[in-house]
Design a binder for this molecule. Structure first.
Ligand code: GLC
Length: 680
């Protein structure tokens, strides 16, 4: 190592490095005195007193040479704080890492958008008509987006609007990549989606994998045996008029139709005009998967998977067993006369859905952009079949399968019945999964007509205070009723008028104006408007705190605001012929709710046996007017169809002592000191 003066640069050179000469100038240091002597001193770091004095006169500041820096840095007054700072930094970093890991490990999973909002079903033909043709359309939906904001609903499922000959009102798809002109154009769709997203609303599409319309180009090419498409549908040899087996369609009669073009029979689980796709053909799977990608790329937020249990059927064509073997086979022409061992829920179905789940997840990695999947399958009492759609610990499938149990509430309506149906889902749902509740849809008669108007409010209160995602069919938020339409439009209704789905599909009642504010049409609407539209409509109910609409809205807002309603325990505390009562409580949170619902007649409920409840309960909300502001727990009076949301404060939880009466999807506890939730 040598230190030399460089004449050209007027700097001091140590090895090859150039130093700022100014530091010598500042210290009046004679550069020529820095020679081998100094280098030797620095390299050994033991200097004679004279030498040390020379260098220690140089004050430490930025730009000093390494030799001087080393000289100072080894002094205790510099070394000690430096070491303290160093170890402090290490300690702080380690603490931060440990804290981060703890917070991550203790934080409960954030709820996804489809868990924090009700899902609202729009039946597009009936929601809002923007062009006066008497049929609802996409622009109409866009015009009414503020209704969802008003209701605090952020997820909208729109029933099919694909190009369709409308034999089953859109569930017979002619082109999965196009919008039917009746509903608008693809530009209208893009516009609707963009508007929804800009308002923070999510759009769930209906996806119909089981079948297409017979007008779909695939079917046309398949019946002509065009090579790639030849096996896109299920074709079997048959003689005209003689089906190959006893399989029947959901809409009635044989599920086989002879096609004179191909000279074979094709299979259809629904209408003749809805031929079933052949999902055993990998090209069908690929084409149908491409369609999912097409819509995901457009940005849709999820799919309601239609009629999934029908996707596959057995390859052998054995007859299905009759429910009543004594019945003459020629009289068996409805779904409920057969056990569908060979046509429903066949092996391989869940593989198909799980693969689509993977596709959805690929598009859903960004925060807040999870793509949602709900499956439609009516398995009735075969609960375990429905629960399979939740997937397993290792293979994700639907976020949830639709829970249709509450649709049976009007059959034997009572508090006991309500508890039984709620429990049917909760006790069978796989651990950690998310529940959901449906009280109406386009296929089922409206609750208000089956249970009665008196029970509309209490049913909405049940729907919005249970844990899990509520689904609301358009019009339920105002208590719309079934309508006896003058001309049957529904193909199912044409087969059997008692099964017509038209009554629950009549136009949305927006106001007391022309066509209930649904349409400007002077020539009527596609289905009759309900005669009660002047009293049951959005306009008259808005702002009236006693209306079905305002009560729905209050509950929807409350549900978002109160963590205990989204993340807390559900515990049954009472069920009798009239009343069903349950608690919603959260560990660590003293504020809890008792929900007491009357599905029978006027009555008095005594809950003094529930020791965890305090003596007095405050009325947070009542669906009837004239309710007192609080009740003693031993005497809670409710009238027919009344719903009560009672609030109380306690530090004693009910669930620890009543495990069999309580459910929670993912346990979380509240830490009031920090106002946070943690896993516990
Ligand atoms: C689903 C729909 C129903 C339709 C059927 C056939 O069940 O909800 O409306 O008719 O599938 O696609």
């Amino acid at each position: 190592m040598s230190l030399t003066k460089d004449d050209k640069t007027n700097g001091l050179e140590l090895q090859e490095r150039v130093f700022n000469p100014s530091f010598q100038t500042d210290n009046d240091l004679d550069q020529s005195s820095l020679g081998d002597h100094q280098v030797q001193c620095i390299s050994t770091i033991t200097c004679t007193g004279e030498e040390q004095t020379a260098y220690t006169q140089i004050k430490p500041y930025a730009g000093m040479p390494k030799e001087v820096l080393l000289l100072y840095s080894s002094q205790t007054r510099y070394r000690l704080p430096r070491e303290i700072l160093f170890w402090l930094t290490i300690a702080c970093t380690l603490t931060l890492i440990a804290l981060t890991i703890t917070v991550i490990a203790l934080s409960p999973r954030c709820l996804s958008w489809w868990q924090t909002t009700p899902v609202y079903q729009v039946y597009p033909r009936s929601f809002k008509d923007s062009n006066g043709d008497g049929v609802g359309d996409l622009r109409g939906i866009k015009d009414k987006l503020s209704h969802f904001q008003y209701l605090n609903i952020k997820a909208i499922w729109i029933s099919p609007f694909y190009k369709s000959p409308m034999k089953d009102f859109g569930y017979d798809v002619e082109d999965f990549r196009d919008v039917d002109p009746l509903f608008g154009t693809m530009a209208d769709f893009d516009d609707l989606l963009a508007s929804m997203h800009s308002m923070g609303l999510k759009l769930i599409m209906d996806y119909i994998p089981n079948h297409t319309s017979d007008k779909h180009i695939w079917f046309q090419l398949s019946r002509n045996q065009t090579e790639y498409y030849s096996d896109f549908y299920i074709w079997v040899n048959c003689t005209e008029g003689i089906p190959p087996n006893n399989w029947v369609s959901v809409f009635g009669n044989s599920s086989w139709t002879y096609d004179p073009v191909r000279g074979q029979c094709y299979f259809h689980q629904f209408l003749t005009e809805q031929p079933d796709l052949n999902f055993r053909n990998p090209n069908v799977v690929k084409e149908m998967t491409d369609i999912i990608h097409f819509w995901l790329k457009k940005g849709v937020d999820g799919f309601r998977m239609d009629a999934v249990k029908h996707i596959l059927e057995a390859k052998h064509l054995r007859n299905e067993p009759q429910v009543n073997p004594e019945e003459p086979p020629e009289t068996v022409n409805t779904e409920f006369q057969l056990y569908h061992d060979y046509t429903y829920t066949q092996l391989g179905l869940h593989d198909i859905l799980r693969n689509w789940r993977v596709d959805l997840d690929e598009y859903g990695r960004e925060p807040g952009r999870n793509r949602f999947m709900v499956t439609e399958s009516y398995d009735y009492e075969e609960t375990e079949k429905t629960m399979m759609y939740y997937g397993t610990r290792f293979a994700k499938e639907a976020d949830f399968p639709f829970n249709f149990y509450l649709l049976d509430l009007p059959t034997g309506l009572s508090g006991v019945r309500a508890k039984e149906l709620v429990n049917l889902w909760m006790s069978n749902m796989p651990r950690g999964k998310w529940p959901n509740w449906v009280v109406g849809n386009h296929d089922k008669a409206r609750m208000s007509s089956r249970a009665g108007q008196d029970y509309v409010r209490v049913i909405n209160m049940l729907l919005l205070t249970l844990p899990g995602t509520p689904t609301t069919y358009y019009g339920e938020e105002i208590g719309m009723e079934n309508v006896n339409v003058s001309v049957i439009q529904d193909p199912f209704g044409k087969f059997n008028p008692n099964n017509s789905r038209d009554p629950q599909r009549t136009p949305m009642q927006w106001s007391s104006g022309l066509n209930a504010g649904f349409s400007d049409s002077k020539n009527g609407t596609w289905l009759d408007i309900s005669p009660n539209f002047t009293t049951v409509n959005v306009e008259v109910q808005r702002g009236d705190p006693t209306s079905v609409l305002e009560q729905y809205r209050s509950l929807s807002l409350l549900r978002e605001r109160e963590t205990v309603l989204t993340r807390g325990w559900l515990c049954y505390v009472w069920a009798d012929g009239d009343v069903f009562a349950f608690l919603r409580e959260l560990d660590g949170l003293n504020r809890a709710f008792l929900v007491l619902l009357n599905f029978g007649e006027d009555t008095e409920t005594d809950l003094s046996v529930i020791l965890e409840l305090p003596e007095r309960l405050t009325v947070h909300m009542s669906t009837s007017s004239g309710t007192p502001s609080s009740f003693s727990k031993s005497k809670i009076t409710t009238s027919k169809g009344q719903g009560l949301l009672l609030e109380y404060s306690t530090n004693q939880r009910f669930h620890p002592g009543h495990a069999s009466e309580c459910y929670v999807s993912e346990k979380a506890c509240y830490l009031s000191a920090l106002d946070i939730l943690y896993q516990c």
